[in-house]
Design a protein around this ligand. Structure first.
Ligand SMILES: [Zn+2]
Length: 263
């Protein structure tokens, strides 16, 4: 190890300048040598900020798209089976300014593992949290009491860990909801069942190629897209996802960036 370090130092010394202080590269005489900066670390291109302007006022009903004629897209990321994938999404947000909404399944430890790095992004509004039940129950197949428990446990979990409770947005696992489920949810403050227009199809393990096909097919103005923090392929596709978003002049937004529910 020491030998390696020594060799590295020697390269660093001889690589930048001669002993006389002249730059290695040819330059005109008398020019003050400019110190060579290390090559910058490649970064993802930054995503544009949300467009601003007034929010759309929506009724307390299910949504599958963002209203209006804008160029925004709401990426929503569910479950959190994999702490590594949740962490990669958080890093992606930090690296690119991506704004999105996590629909949290409270049972998965990803959310406590990444609480401290998530919290400032939640506080600033760059990442929004919604309720995706406690352990991914099919809400149409359980009693009203159990539905209330599923949503209530995650509501308390979010409040205790992130200072928000996700209201008014909840996402029913598998998309299963009905009037009875929505009534229980609304009584807990979740008045907007948040469905989707297109899916990255990655609740299970798929290939990167297929995920990118889905993105190409569904990323569109005013769409709500569903993805999952469950399996690694998406974490290898962030650069291409950014490329698609930019090529289509879309801005990623959280639901709160653009929506306000009628009082
Ligand atoms: Zn889910």
């Amino acid at each position: 190890m020491l030998a390696l370090l020594a060799a590295g130092t020697a390269v660093a010394l001889t690589g930048c300048a001669t002993a006389e202080g002249e730059t290695v590269e040819a330059g005109s005489a008398g020019e003050i040598p400019t110190p060579r900066l290390p090559a910058p670390t490649p970064v993802q291109p930054l995503l544009p900020p949300p467009p601003g302007g007034p929010k759309s006022i929506i009724p307390p009903k299910p949504i599958t798209a963002l209203p209006g004629q804008g160029l925004t897209m709401a990426l929503t990321v569910d479950d959190g089976v994999s702490p590594e994938v949740v962490g990669a999404y958080v890093k992606w947000a930090k690296d690119t300014g991506a704004r999105f909404t996590f629909f949290v399944t409270g049972y998965y430890e990803s959310w406590t593992i990444h609480r401290n790095e998530l919290r400032p992004l939640v506080d600033s509004g760059q990442i929004q949290l919604g309720n995706h039940t406690w352990d991914h129950a099919a809400l149409t197949k359980i009693s009203s009491t159990e539905v209330a428990d599923q949503l209530g446990r995650t509501k308390t979990f979010l409040r205790n860990n992130f200072g928000v409770d996700g209201t008014p947005f909840y996402r029913p696992p598998f998309g299963y909801h009905n009037a009875a489920v929505d009534k229980v949810a609304a009584d807990l403050g979740y008045t907007v069942p948040t469905m989707w227009y297109g899916s990255l199809s990655d609740s299970g393990l798929i290939t990167e190629e297929y995920l990118l096909e889905c993105a190409d097919k569904y990323f569109a103005a005013q769409s709500i897209i569903i993805g999952h923090a469950n399996f690694p392929p998406v974490t290898h596709c962030y650069g291409q996802l950014v490329d698609i978003i930019r090529a289509r002049n879309l801005s990623l937004v959280t639901l709160n960036d653009v929506l306000q529910v009628q009082a």
